[in-house]
Design a protein around this ligand. Structure first.
Ligand SMILES: Cc1cc2nc3c(=O)[nH]c(=O)nc-3n(C[C@H](O)[C@H](O)[C@H](O)COP(=O)(O)OP(=O)(O)OC[C@H]3O[C@@H](n4cnc5c(N)ncnc54)[C@H](O)[C@@H]3O)c2cc1C
Length: 278
């Protein structure tokens, strides 16, 4: 249908981004192609080393999923998006395809090995998430392509993560967020992935922050170095949510807390986290 209808057609998934944009007249598609009529597009499949999400899987389904709960950072993300109404409608595929710089899923999935399966009239291709998102609201998807699945590699034993977002209230997008996935061996951090959300046009992998803790014992000093590097990596815009300096300071605090929680979880501790509200 996308091929037949041409550029004026848009896919509709949960409608939680597209419909508000249409109400604001920022989007004005001539045709909506509703994915909700296609069966078999919402699923969570646990395979040997991979967790597969059908594109139409709702945030709330992921929040409630025992399989997704085994990767705590996924639960942190799903449970914290907006409010119950948005989570009941919004989909993981729609979030990734929207590539909203303030969206939660992309920042979290940047710390995991995540791939996006794209389906179009010319066939199917699989793209790593970091290659999939090109810029703010821009992905590699061709007009006649859709996201059919998001696949996440199961982290190895001793690896766990945490996702924290700071929001002004529940149904608004975060002011800043931090996703951290660590592999711990005792007190030593063997592997680290740190992604910053809402402080750039796309999620930012804070590579220098990762290097500051990788191969080191997590001490106040190594964590402070990581925080400093994360603040330097952030590239926030000043807007209604806060000034550039405020967001840069905030994201550092979120990174520190997320490192601490991820490390405790990686050592086997059960730690509940929720987003932080102003
Ligand atoms: C009040 C409110 C607060 C929100 N707060 C947050 C928040 O804090 N954090 C957060 O992450 N999100 C937030 N959202 C957005 C929500 O998570 C959306 O669900 C998500 O961004 C888009 O998913 P959707 O299924 O609703 O997509 P839709 O709105 O249906 O579609 C979004 C875009 O993606 C395209 N699209 C959809 N599915 C596919 C697909 N399978 N393949 C290719 N293209 C596709 C559509 O054509 C459209 O351009 C909020 C939304 C609202 C209304």
């Amino acid at each position: 249908m996308l091929t037949q209808l041409g550029d004026d057609a848009k896919l509709l998934a949960g409608g939680q981004s597209l419909i508000p944009l249409m109400k604001l007249r920022f989007a004005n598609p001539a045709h909506l192609v509703d994915l909700n009529f296609i069966s078999g597009t919402s699923y969570i499949k646990e395979e040997k080393n991979t967790l597969r999400f059908g594109a139409l899987t709702r945030h709330a389904e992921i929040e409630a999923s025992a399989a997704a709960g085994k990767i705590p950072i996924l639960h942190d993300c799903a449970a914290g998006i907006a409010d119950v109404q948005v989570r009941n409608r919004g989909t993981i595929g729609g979030s990734i395809a929207e590539a909203d710089p303030s969206g939660d899923w992309a920042a979290v999935l940047f710390t995991l090995s995540a791939e996006v399966r794209c389906l179009g009239s010319k066939g199917e291709r699989t793209v790593s998430l970091s290659d999939f998102i090109k810029d703010a609201y821009t992905t590699v998807l061709a007009h006649d392509e859709l996201v059919s699945e998001v696949a996440v590699k199961t982290p190895s034993k001793g690896s766990a993560g945490a996702y924290l977002a700071f929001k002004r209230s529940a149904p608004v997008y975060p002011t800043a967020s931090a996703a951290v996935q660590l592999t711990m061996e005792g007190d030593v951090c063997q592997e680290a992935a740190i992604a910053l959300g809402c402080v750039g046009l796309t999620p930012i992998r804070a590579k220098d922050a990762e290097a500051a803790i990788r191969g080191h014992v997590l001490t106040q000093k190594t964590m402070a170095d990581a925080v400093e590097a994360a603040r330097a990596a952030a590239d926030p815009q000043s807007d209604v949510r806060g000034s550039t300096d405020y967001k840069r300071a905030l994201v550092g605090g979120l990174v520190k807390r997320a490192i601490e929680i991820a490390a405790r979880r990686a050592r086997g501790e059960q730690v509940e986290v929720g987003h932080l509200y102003a």
